[in-house]
Design a binder for this molecule. Structure first.
Ligand code: ADP
Ligand code: TRP
Length: 321
């Protein structure tokens, strides 16, 4: 039997190259090897998106993005988290087993608290729902970017606690984090992230991408000055989009034979070239939203059936008669 894989893309903003390279790009290959579940965690997004129209729009966009990658809905279960409300029940049960101090150590919660933002209980409970997302389908592996590592560790801890208390039932999931894409750098040299406003959008126009690439922060070194490619945010993206000419670009940096402007021109062209197909696919789905809705609905039914099976056993195990 094939092992099971899950990953999710929160509909809380436009999908960017960090999401694409860090977690999405290789999903079509993995679909062959694993029984795959790809979903849209819209309950999770409620933490930050509290506008019904915006949330439903972003949810549809995430669905189109998943399909635009080329995933096959006959092989992969593609669905919305809210079509499986059983995860909320499991999340509650798991919360009863989870010591508060462990959740208090979660990076996302600590960051939000340290920024002194008014935090909702959803942010604090986020890892419990994410653990439920994974455990309810008895998942083996979770391909994500590095920032999600701690969440998978928490899911493992909860699975262990449940198994110790009620007998071995849940699988302890493993993250897969690709070393070469663990943290994609954004326009300002920090991690590319919606919250830093430093992203290149997966589905923005080619003109927009060119403009964004031109705005990547550099130092003031002139074209003829030697530069260290490893210290350059443009080069960090070349590593993913200019694989063929990478050595040559690196040498030109070191020898002072390339300007930042030329480096940006090459990068923008390569990004647009690689994304042309996916961007085209997405436009087709924009014209055919009914198809996207149907895929999500059918996927939701399949996922829910599995989740119901798990919950029937969980209820029995914990004594909810
Ligand atoms: P954001 O940080 O913009 O809010 P999400 O939390 O929605 O992005 O991330 C969705 C997926 O994309 C996760 O698997 C996450 O690890 C991955 N990801 C997001 N940003 C990056 C990045 N800069 N580099 C690598 N992977 C990333
Ligand atoms: N927390 C993930 C993110 O922000 C999204 C997510 C929710 C997820 N549940 C999941 C990812 C389960 C993988 C598996 O990107």
């Amino acid at each position: 039997m094939k092992q099971k894989l899950i990953t999710g893309f929160k509909p809380s903003g436009d999908i960017h190259l960090g999401n694409y390279l860090g977690a999405m790009k290789h999903l079509p290959e993995l679909e062959e090897k694993y029984e795959s579940f790809i979903f849209i965690p819209n309950y999770h997004a409620l933490n930050s998106v509290q506008d019904a129209e915006k949330l439903s729009h972003l949810t549809m966009d995430a669905g189109k993005a998943i399909l635009a990658l080329g995933l096959n809905p006959d092989k992969t279960i593609i669905f919305k988290q809210s079509d499986v409300p059983e995860v909320c029940e499991l999340s509650w049960i798991l919360g009863s087993l989870m010591p508060m101090p462990l959740l208090e150590r979660a990076h996302a919660y600590k960051d939000a608290r340290d920024k002194n933002r008014s935090i909702n209980a959803g942010v604090f409970n986020y890892p419990l729902l994410m653990a439920a997302d994974i455990l309810i389908y008895k998942i083996n592996i979770v391909p994500v970017g590095k920032d999600q590592k701690q969440h998978i560790e928490i899911a493992r801890t909860i699975a262990q606690k449940f198994n110790n208390q009620f007998g071995k039932f849940f699988i302890e999931p493993q993250e897969i984090i690709r070393k070469e894409v663990e943290t994609i750098i954004g326009l300002d040299g920090r991690k590319m992230s919606k919250s830093y406003n430093n992203v290149i959008g997966l589905f923005e126009s080619e003109e927009e991408t060119i403009k964004k690439v031109m705005s990547i922060k550099t130092d003031s070194r002139r074209p003829e000055e030697p530069k260290n490619p490893e210290e350059c945010a443009i080069f960090a993206l070349h590593k993913h989009f200019s694989k063929n000419g990478l050595d040559e670009i690196a040498n030109r940096y070191k020898q002072g034979k390339i300007s930042y402007k030329e480096s940006k021109d090459i990068l923008a062209e390569n990004i647009n070239k690689e994304l042309r197909q996916i961007r085209g696919n997405k436009k087709e789905f924009d014209k055919n939203e009914d198809f996207v809705k149907k895929v999500l609905k059918d996927g939701g039914k399949k996922a829910r059936e599995i989740a119901r099976g798990t919950m029937k056993e969980v209820r029995k195990l914990v004594g909810l008669l």
